[in-house]
Design a protein around this ligand. Sequence first.
Ligand SMILES: [Fe+2]
Length: 186
Amino acid sequence: MKDTSKPSFLGTMNAIVIGERHGFEFLDAWARTTADAGLAACLKTVALREAEHAAAFEKRMCELGFSLQEKDNPAFAKNMDLVTSEIPDVQKFEQLGFDKAGGDGEDRLLQILADQTIDPSTAGLMGRYIAEERDSGRLLRAEYERVKRAEPGQTTPDLAALCAEVEALRQAVEALQGAKKRSKKA
Ligand SMILES: [Fe+2]
């Protein structure tokens, strides 16, 4: 007989706790590895959010009368090796997939919110979690773009210099047109 006292979303909460806990660990390790102070600050912010999500969901599981089931996460060791390696930060972003927006299981989370049996406390926690994860994604993508622009060999076009060049060309064309008109009259 199906155990109706067990919430349908318990497995997802368990997976969130493990994923967020590992997220904290590897983002924090990356923050301590990078030489870029701006990137370190961003990674620390996102890492602390992950840690808080893990604690909040585990606390909610306990309040509902369930304890965390530890599960292996093969991606964790790979991510730790990557972020603590010597490769450039831009490559770390790209290999982790943080350089572009991704679904990252959000549809599954939204389905949980659509579950009519979910209690208000868990639903509130889930809603805040989804919104913060989206914001963390935006923060990481903005940081990726900044770090990429700052890479050696990447030149940012100087708008003022371009405008000055266009203006000089415009004046040269005007001068040529003026000279042409004068030679026709002569
Ligand atoms: Fe996360």
